[in-house]
Design a protein. Structure first.
Length: 149
């Protein structure tokens, strides 16, 4: 799987850890920054990752900031992106099964490496259930097409 990865300064360390796990698992990783703990503006990185996913340049995206909240807000401004802020494996699983989330957002100041690794593993391996959930995703997509483009 080709995964776009991004963070701000608060999520930098966890992003680096996640990148190493993804590469070890055989995924292709596109690191879209940031590349240090120097203060940066998180929306810039959220937009880079979200746009890569929306354009089909990446299969999925993962974003990390201090809480994950800012990244999820910014990424969800990009039509075609369904960014989910997940704080445990259950929210990760449901974001995929019910919402077909294509961008995962994590809080670098809230999660330890082991919990983040479990969340990423579940999120990447969980399929979309389709069915009634596909109808609901369709409603979101139609709204974006009619109102946001």
């Amino acid at each position: 799987m080709r995964i776009a990865l991004g963070s701000d300064h608060a999520g930098y360390r966890l992003k680096e850890y996640i990148e190493s796990l993804l590469r070890e698992a055989g995924h292709e990783v596109v690191d879209m920054g940031t590349h240090s703990e120097e203060s940066v503006d998180y929306p810039l990185y959220a937009f880079r990752v979200a746009e890569a996913v929306a354009r089909g340049e990446a299969d999925r995206g993962i974003l990390v900031c201090g809480t994950g909240i800012g990244m999820s807000i910014a990424a969800n401004k990009v039509p075609g992106v369904r960014a989910a802020l997940c704080w445990d494996t259950r929210t990760a699983e449901l974001s995929r099964r019910h919402n077909d989330a294509n961008v995962l957002c994590l809080g670098g100041r809230l999660l330890g490496e082991e919990e983040a690794a479990r969340i990423v593993e579940v999120w990447l391996s969980t399929p979309f259930d389709g069915g009634r959930h596909a109808r609901r995703i369709g409603l979101i997509s139609r709204y974006e097409e009619e109102r946001c483009r």
